[in-house]
Design a protein around this ligand. Structure first.
Ligand code: G3P
Ligand code: MG
Length: 244
């Protein structure tokens, strides 16, 4: 089975992360999936940005949670990367849905609710996925596993994936208990035995963030079903899969 090439924050090595430019570019570079980070504005709109604060990628003070959607949309989310991208804003979730609609692209929505507890976020994401008929294409992930259990209760038909940095004891058993479909471990927390044990329970393994070809190769040999990478072109060349 072909490995899924999941572009981390879009084509984030060559474009500003989590912008429409990054999402469009990754599809040209052979990505078969997109990972992005979802947060909520102060007035409850779902937006795509990694940090909880705005200063690094949007050049503004304050937190996403304290900023209205209109204010967020007025910010420049591209210049920090390169002046060529000064027109890039913070995308809404719907903009990304619009881009992938009708395409066979896997969409990994990471709920960034480990530090900020966004009230009602799970309900809003589930509703949006259903409204756009993307239940089969979406995987919801988070470091906040309680939030994933909530998502699963709200929407048993949408896959969930457990994010973790450090090793877990029998992560496949834990995933099964939480009715998660996949493990999203930091790349150094993966072993061949655990990949095989997960597969035996119908749970796939999608490590992050893997940019080195030798590391990609090693993980492919361990049997992982997907790799989350900043450089989808490098992984695409390695596995010989081209954009769909
Ligand atoms: O979803 C994989 C990866 O994105 C998790 O870490 O900090 O890059 O969002 P982070
Ligand atoms: Mg992420």
């Amino acid at each position: 089975m072909a490995i899924e090439i999941i572009a981390h924050r879009g084509a984030s090595a060559v474009c500003p992360e989590n912008t429409m430019a990054a999402f469009e570019r990754c599809l040209q570079l052979g990505a078969t999936g997109i990972e992005t980070d979802v947060q909520m504005s102060s007035d409850g709109r779902l937006v795509l940005i990694h940090d909880e604060t705005l200063n690094r990628t949007a050049g503004a003070p304050g937190w996403v949670k304290d900023t209205t959607y209109e204010q967020l949309r007025s910010l420049d989310a591209g210049s920090w990367f390169h002046s060529d991208y000064a027109q890039e804003g913070i995308p809404s979730l719907e903009e990304l849905f619009d881009l992938i609609q009708g395409k066979k692209i896997l969409l990994n929505l990471e709920l960034k609710n480990g530090i900020v507890g966004y009230k009602g976020m799970e309900e809003k994401i589930v509703q949006a996925v259903r409204d756009w008929d993307l239940e089969q294409q979406v995987i919801l992930s988070s470091f906040n596993h309680a939030s994933l259990v909530k998502c699963k209760r709200l929407a048993p038909e949408i896959r969930t994936a457990l994010l973790y940095m450090e090793k877990l004891y029998r992560p496949y058993d834990y995933a099964a208990k939480l009715e998660a479909s996949a493990l999203h471990p930091y790349k150094l927390a993966v072993t061949q035995e655990e990949v095989a044990a997960a597969q035996a329970q119908g749970i796939s393994t999608h490590p992050f963030t893997v940019n080195d070809p030798a590391e990609m190769q090693a993980l492919i040999q361990m049997g992982v079903e997907a790799i989350i990478t900043d450089v989808p072109d490098v992984l695409s060349a390695l596995v010989g899969v081209h954009s769909r």
